[in-house]
Design a protein around this ligand. Sequence first.
Ligand code: NAD
Ligand code: UDP
Length: 322
Amino acid sequence: MADPTTRQPCVIVTGGAGFVGSHLVDRLVERGDSVVVVDNVVTGSWDNLAHLGDRIGRVEADVSTGLGLDGLPAGPPAHIDAVLHLASPASPPAYLQRPLETLAVGSEGTRQALEVARVHHARFLLASTSEIYGDPEVHPQPESYLGNVNSIGPRSCYDEAKRFAEALTMAYARAEGVSVRIARLFNTYGPRLRAEDGRVVSNLLTQAMEGRPMSVYGDGTQTRSFGYVDDTVDGLIRLLDSDVEMPVNLGTPTEFSVLELVEAVRRVTGTSAEVVHLELPADDPTQRQPDITRARELLGWEPKVGLMDGLARYADWLAGQA
Ligand code: NAD
Ligand code: UDP
């Protein structure tokens, strides 16, 4: 069995104690990779990885000040194959509460992770986001779309941090020869997305399951494209293993308005819970749908889990947490 505390080649996952990161770690361990997770558990939890016991290495560190690999019991890994950089608050309430930390982890945290990749001649994968497209004027969004971000709005701490992270990643590729991958993730949901995370799928499902009114921001006509976490992780692994150095959208290209999501949640949970309309947050994008031609053609990737199936699986997990 792979052991990250020995001096075997290994994969570093920043943000690996979070929602997407912990599923990614599961897949890497399953295939025999030796994994070290670096996380400050600001929005994640080591509980997400408890089932892996001593099969992985864990470092509790704020990657904005360094990855802290010296803190591993057997010392830093002698050889690192890949650095997967997922560390960042991701839910709007989480990053709006921590704008400075979010900018720090997207900038200095990304530089720290890229430095480890440079020194070890390791592949580097950045978990970027559809937020780099802002409130898109091109629909659906191909990777060639340059985006429409308000650089001074409240969401800019996240959007611009990720845009800077992409720029830094490309600069390390061009100036230092680091082998890079950039995944632009669209809205992902599934088990281990915390009930209190604050994103729309966790909010609506939790409210419906508890018979509380479902919170719809604004009139609910804004759209998103929701992807199940297993599909997202499959795309991340394919991208990591590929030689594709251009950004790649990973998302499920079926678009739903928030009100359509409410209907799906009602069907899955059998609830008759009402809707309560709350104020639309500033700069909330009006539409979002990935063009996944590049992922299909270059990675052979196709999302498989539909919304109703995915919501049912996620609802089962939430019920088990209660
Ligand atoms: P999450 O909040 O569950 O996970 C983020 C993890 O990063 C957490 O474990 C958190 O503790 C850790 N972290 C945050 N700041 C850190 C720091 N300074 N140092 C060390 N660790 C830190 O969110 P998620 O949904 O799993 O998102 C994972 C990544 O994917 C993020 O980079 C996010 O921007 C990106 N992403 C996610 C989605 C989605 O819909 N889930 C969409 C687009 C992009
Ligand atoms: N939203 C909502 N009710 C909620 C949480 C979010 O109507 O309880 C809306 C939000 O305004 C946005 C969409 O759902 O239009 C997706 O929000 P989320 O926070 O999940 O992700 P993001 O805005 O980053 O895409």
